[in-house]
Design a protein around this ligand. Sequence first.
Ligand code: TRP
Length: 478
Amino acid sequence: MVASISVPGQAHWSSKAAFVLAAVGSAVGLGNLWRFPSEAGANGGGAFVLIYILCVALIGAPLLLAETLIGRHGQRSTVGSAKLLARQSNASSGWAALAVIGMIANYLILTFYSVVAGWVLYFIWTSGADVARTVAAGQPFAGAYADLTIDQVRQQMPDLFADPVKMSIAHFIFAAATTFVVARGVKGGIEVAATWLMPAFFVLLLGITVYAGITGDFAAAVAFLFTPDFERALQPQVLNSALGQAFFSLSLGGGAMVAYGAYASRDTNLGQTSGLISAADTSVAIIAGLAIFPIVFSVGLTPDAGPTLMFQTLPAAFHSMPAGALVAFAFFVLALFAALTSSVSLLEISTAYLVERFKMSRTLAAGLLGGGFFLIGMVSVLSFNVWADHRPLALVPGFTNANWFDVFDGVTGRILLPLSGLITAVFIGWIADRKLVDEETGLKSGPLLPLWRFLVAWLCPIAVFLILLFGLFPQLIS
Ligand code: TRP
């Protein structure tokens, strides 16, 4: 999929479509399926969704352009590209901090991302066994888990949480698979496969959404997701969570998108592709919400169930669905694939850095980092059972009730990614050479270039700074 053009030694996507698909493959993942519904449910539904869409349109998409242009201009690793642009703008190479923070954040995301992907693996296992059972019984088109009651279907998730051994095995398998792919080099197989499997995933998700809409409480779901409670929307916690989710879901924060930009060819219009990628990612999140919430309301779950939401509602829908057993299995396999295309790019960033910086072999770098994130991820595994009562940041506002898993998730999503985005916005909006930057955007004529400049130079830094500040110190405004 990659062939060398223009800069010697630098690989490129074979087409603009390939770049967009690869970036969408990084963006679409558990963030859309699992994190978006759970954050929306915990933060008041419509209020969160409204703020989320504003965050994507006014902060996420402009920053996506800023990040991809740093990469495409530099044509090297994330840190290297940021340093180069700083040097050419006669600015301190300290601005590359945006990429260093991004790299650390992405590595920490991987530690718990792999745990959640392990849950998906577990459901592949149970739904696969279920398919085998229905086929053996001569009823291949039966609903999923037909031998269980609906309560037992929902109970699978709490049962898994209570079982650190099963959870660690699943986490280990996913971590090993991610490490294996990165050690072999990301370029070949996985991206070719992604261009086929991601569309398949999208079609299946749409089908499940239509089914959920027909059989579940669609009206209640639409009301919940699209009726904003404006008072709630302005709460610092909601603003902070929505901003964090926008960064998480778009793979922003100084890592993946800078790296992917480096593979984009000169004639790719980055302004256009940033809009496309943001729109595609947001659509998938909203469609996932429309698949999950009708079932939440029809089976009597509460929307603020948090991380368990997707894994309790979807199996409940598959339970009553014709051919549910097969659909469940297909869905979890494709969800795993979406997770793997994201986890691979999460690990690739630090691996590429170790290879470049310490001249390590790719296998050694990926192996060391892979073992490391598996071990750190074990802390998240244990926070659902053995360490369920630990509140590591009990003294920090916004984290008083957070267990270890919530701390990894919250510190990266709500603090590190926005922090890196803040530095990016100031760097691109104020510090970097204006002519170099403007040329890279592809926004040549018309009002879009000044609009983008305004968003990056003014709105992004101010809004991200305020949301970070008040999200972390809500007492400042109360
Ligand atoms: N966007 C991914 C998802 O929604 C998760 C993610 C966050 C990510 N940051 C990333 C993926 C960086 C790749 C690279 O699932």
